[in-house]
Design a protein. Structure first.
Length: 325
C-alpha cells in the first residue's frame, strides 16, 4: 500500500469511527410536561437537566411549561410528552374520559392543600370550620366537602366565599380562612411579614396524591428504558434539592430570568415544599414511592370527589427499577 492509499484508508477508518462515536452518544429526545409555570415547584427537574444527569443516561429532555392554558394530560395522550406531572384526581378524571394513564411516581408524599388563617383567628383543625368564612375557588368545593366528610363536619355550617387566588381577602378580614397550597399564598404572606397559620389537610385525612407522574400504558410497554432513565433523573434531582433548597432556588431563578421570580420567595417555597415530598417511606424506598395502603386511601378520597378508580391506575414497576438495590 502506498502512502496515498494508506492515508485514504486511514481517513475512511477515522470517518467510520466518528460515525460510530456519534451514534453511541446519540440522545433520545423525550419531553416532561410540567403541571404549572416555571418555579421552584419543579426544581428537581431543573437540577437533573442542569447537571447533565439525563444526558448521561442517553436522554435529551425538554421541560414543557404548564399553566392555566396548558393542561398536562393531552400532550401525554398525544405522545408529545413521555411523562406529565399531574395529580391523582386529574389522572382519574382523564381515565374516566378514556385516557390510558398510569401513575408511575408520587412526588408529594403529603397533599399541599391547607386552610390558611391568621394568628389572631386560627383554624387549627376541621372542628374549627363551622361558622367560619372560607375563601376559595368554587371549583375546589369538592375538596372542602371531602375534608368535612372525613372529619365528621357539617359543610352546611361552613360559609364558602368565592375568591380569586389571592391572600388579600384573608388579610383584609373578608374571610376567616383560605383554601390554598402550603407553598404559595402562605409563602406570599410570609414574604410580606404576615405569618399565617396553616392547617395541612393531609394531617386530617385528605391524603390525595399530588404532583404525580403519569405515563400511558403504551409507553410502559414500549419505552420502559426511557421512563426509567427519566424518573431516575427526577429522583437524583429531588434528592439534590432536598440537600440544598437555597441552591435549588438560585438555579431556578437563574435558569428562567424572565419568569418574574424573586429569590427569597423561591427559597422559602422550596423550604416549605421539600418536607411534603419526603417521608420515612421515601427514606426507606426512594423518591416517589407509595404503598398499597396509600393507594387504598386515595381510592377512598377519590370516591368522595365523585371519581371511581381501581388499583390498576397505579404502576410502581418503573420506580422499582429506578430504586433497585
Amino acid at each position: 500500500m502506498n502512502r496515498r492509499d494508506f492515508l485514504g484508508a486511514t481517513a475512511g477508518l477515522a470517518a467510520s469511527a466518528g460515525l460510530r462515536a456519534q451514534a453511541a452518544w446519540a440522545q433520545v429526545p423525550v419531553a416532561l410536561q410540567l403541571s404549572w409555570l416555571h418555579s421552584v415547584q419543579f426544581a428537581g427537574s431543573y437540577i437533573a437537566l442542569d447537571r447533565g444527569w439525563w444526558r448521561e443516561a442517553g436522554l435529551e429532555v425538554s421541560l414543557l411549561q404548564g399553566g392555566p392554558n396548558a393542561p398536562v394530560e393531552p400532550p401525554v395522550v398525544a405522545g408529545n410528552a413521555l411523562v406529565g406531572i399531574s395529580a391523582a384526581d386529574y389522572a382519574a378524571a382523564a381515565v374516566a374520559q378514556g385516557a390510558p394513564f398510569r401513575i408511575i411516581g408520587v412526588a408529594m408524599q403529603k397533599n399541599p392543600f391547607v386552610i390558611a388563617s391568621l394568628a389572631d383567628n386560627p383554624i387549627a383543625s376541621p372542628a374549627d370550620l363551622p361558622g367560619k368564612r372560607i375563601g376559595m375557588a368554587v371549583s375546589n368545593t369538592p375538596v372542602l366537602q371531602a375534608l368535612c366528610s372525613l372529619n365528621g363536619v357539617d359543610i352546611a355550617a361552613v360559609q364558602i366565599v368565592p375568591t380569586q387566588y389571592s391572600a388579600q381577602p384573608l388579610v383584609a378580614g373578608q374571610v376567616d380562612g383560605l383554601l390554598c397550597w402550603e407553598t404559595d399564598l402562605p409563602v406570599a404572606m410570609a414574604i410580606q411579614g404576615i405569618e399565617a397559620h396553616t392547617m395541612l389537610m393531609a394531617d386530617h385525612g385528605y391524603a390525595l396524591q399530588s404532583q404525580t407522574y403519569v405515563a400511558t400504558v403504551d409507553s410502559l410497554a414500549t419505552r420502559r428504558k426511557e421512563l426509567v432513565a427519566l424518573m431516575a433523573g427526577e429522583a437524583r434531582g429531588w434528592d439534590a434539592c432536598r440537600a440544598d433548597t437555597d441552591a435549588a432556588a438560585e438555579l431556578t431563578v437563574r435558569m428562567f430570568p424572565d419568569a418574574g421570580m424573586d429569590l427569597p420567595t423561591q427559597q422559602l417555597q422550596a423550604r416549605r415544599q421539600v418536607p411534603l415530598m419526603f417521608s420515612d417511606l421515601t427514606d426507606a424506598h426512594g423518591f416517589g414511592w407509595w404503598t398499597d395502603e396509600t393507594v387504598e386511601e386515595n381510592i377512598r378520597i377519590l370516591s368522595l370527589l365523585g371519581r371511581t378508580v381501581t388499583r390498576d391506575l397505579w404502576d410502581r414497576s418503573i420506580l422499582e427499577d429506578v430504586h433497585a438495590g
